[in-house]
Design a protein around this ligand. Structure first.
Ligand code: RUB
Length: 312
């Protein structure tokens, strides 16, 4: 369990960042843990795996893709537990982990192709896409669009306090995509000044009502899009949906260490650091998923259709 806790700390500390990366790593960590467990019976091994799952989930409370992934692996394992032997368990965990990785990475490829279609091959006035933070799914769309020969530039926010926006900028520059990097507070100015044509953000979580949780600043950007009449889309695998929200669970906003904002503030100052915020479905034109583009409130229907084993 000591090694698992060390692995989990890499997620908690944001060394591993972004919902998709967090999910892939958490499944890897559960799998490595399963390979190390020394147990004398199946009940004990399952108990330890569930404990490891809780340790991993506790690192980032607003990450359903990770929760769905760990649930996928353990549900499948429990279903088979009676018919397999104790020594088969580690290889089964490995098999289900690989299956889940494949589902997520195939979704990403499909989303990249679907999302790229929203960017024209050429636009006489120049086409501008704006994004916020670092979403591997949004980057995949932009990189795919560039590969297909579509012409556009990207406006990107630096994303305080951890500056994940720099990752996006570097990633896109490597693909020869033109990027303009701005401070977060210039987002309204930039949408207006550059006459942005399309805003794309990622998601950490999606609720049954179609509310999206993503990096703090996302709702501000959605409100700007609304004010400036710019289409606002969320790019996300269906696996970011949290099915528990359809049973009344309210997603939590993760509060991060105030030190990320001000390491040594004057005495008496109360620094708070919300990592995410909600974007109401009212401001979202569509969610770009592996099942296609649809209005956010349809999320439960599509999730249930594609991943029935993860509902309930
Ligand atoms: C990252 C963030 C990303 C989503 C989606 O926040 O808000 O937009 O996680 O990422 P943090 P992806 O840096 O706090 O994890 O599209 O890669 O799943």
């Amino acid at each position: 369990m000591e090694q698992l806790k060390k692995d989990a700390e890499r997620i908690r500390s944001l060394e591993i960042q972004g919902a998709t990366n967090v999910c892939l790593s958490a499944c890897d960590f559960l799998n490595s843990f399963a390979q190390r467990i020394q147990a004398t019976n199946k009940k004990e091994i399952l108990k330890q795996l569930y404990k490891a799952k809780d340790v991993l989930i506790d690192t980032r409370p607003t990450e359903p893709a990770m929760k769905n992934g760990l649930k996928y692996i353990l549900k499948k394992l429990e279903f088979e537990a009676d018919s397999i032997s104790l020594s088969d368990i580690p290889s089964k965990v490995q098999q289900y982990k690989e299956e889940y990785h494949k589902i997520l990475l195939n979704s990403k490829k499909k989303i990249a192709k679907i999302g790229a279609n929203r960017i024209p091959f050429e636009d006489p006035e120049g086409f501008t896409v704006m994004t916020h933070c670092h979403s591997t799914i949004v980057s995949a769309i932009l990189i795919e669009a560039k590969k297909q020969g579509r012409e556009f530039k990207v406006i990107n926010t630096e994303t305080q306090p951890k500056l994940q926006g720099r990752k996006t900028t570097k990633e896109l520059l490597e693909e020869n995509i033109e990027v303009i990097h701005i401070v977060d507070s210039a987002m309204r100015w930039a949408v207006n000044h550059f006459e942005v044509d399309l805003i794309l953000i990622g998601a950490d979580s999606i609720t049954s009502e179609g509310t999206v949780l993503n990096k703090i600043g996302s709702r501000l950007l959605a409100l700007v899009a609304h004010e400036e009449h710019v289409p606002f889309y969320v790019a996300s695998p269906l696996l970011k949906y949290n099915p528990e929200t359809s049973f009344g669970l309210l997603e939590k906003i993760e509060m991060r260490n105030p030190n990320e904002i001000w390491g040594d503030p004057p005495e008496g100052v109360h620094v708070i650091n919300p990592a995410f915020e909600t974007v109401s479905r009212r401001y979202i034109d569509g969610i770009i998923t592996e099942a296609g583009i649809f209005a956010p409130s349809y999320i439960h229907i599509y999730f249930e259709r594609l991943y029935p084993e993860l509902v309930g």
